[in-house]
Ligand binder design. Structure first.
Ligand code: ATP
Ligand code: MG
Length: 144
């Protein structure tokens, strides 16, 4: 297990950090994005999806209601998933997350995935964001 910590001071810096972490996320399949509401999980995905050439950052939006956003790249398909509104194991099963995990070259970035034990055990990485103040965030990346 390796852990690294970063600090950012704006949304733009968090996007840039996501871009720079992208190459290291390439081999992973499921990364949990942890942090309170509005800390910057979706903002980080903008940079990651851009870094993996799956989407341009301005096209990445929160999958709040749609639950899954899919960004297809030549080498990696990024699935950005928000489980905030998913309460039951049965609802999770109908989303087909397990199937996406089986896909080759897929990277699942999951917000609020820690609500479900099977997501925690399937994760091969975690990025935890904490709000220091209005603009500052502490971002901790752990790779299993
Ligand atoms: N250093 C920073 N990094 C990321 N976002 C920041 C930073 N400073 C301020 N912000 C602001 O914080 C908000 C983060 O929103 P974002 O949608 O990315 O959060 P989230 O963690 O995905 O929330 P939710 O759980 O509601 O989906 C944005 O409005 C962004 O501009
Ligand atoms: Mg979000």
């Amino acid at each position: 297990m390796t852990t690294r910590e970063f600090k950012t001071h704006s949304a733009e810096e968090t996007i840039a950090l996501g871009r720079s972490l992208a190459p290291e996320l390439k081999g992973l399949h499921l990364v949990l994005l942890q942090g309170d509401l509005g800390t910057g999980k979706t903002t980080l995905v903008k940079g990651i999806a851009d870094g993996l050439k799956a989407a341009e950052s301005h096209n990445v939006t929160s999958p709040t209601y749609t639950l899954i956003h899919e960004y297809r790249g030549a080498e990696t398909n990024v699935y950005h998933i928000d489980l905030y509104r998913v309460e039951k194991r049965r609802e999770l099963d109908t989303l087909g997350v397990e199937e996406l995990l089986q896909e080759e070259n897929s990277l699942l970035l999951i917000e609020w995935g820690e609500k479900f034990a099977q997501m925690v055990s399937a994760a091969d990485g975690t990025i935890a964001i904490t709000r220091v103040n209005d603009q500052e965030r502490k971002i901790k990346f752990t790779k299993k």
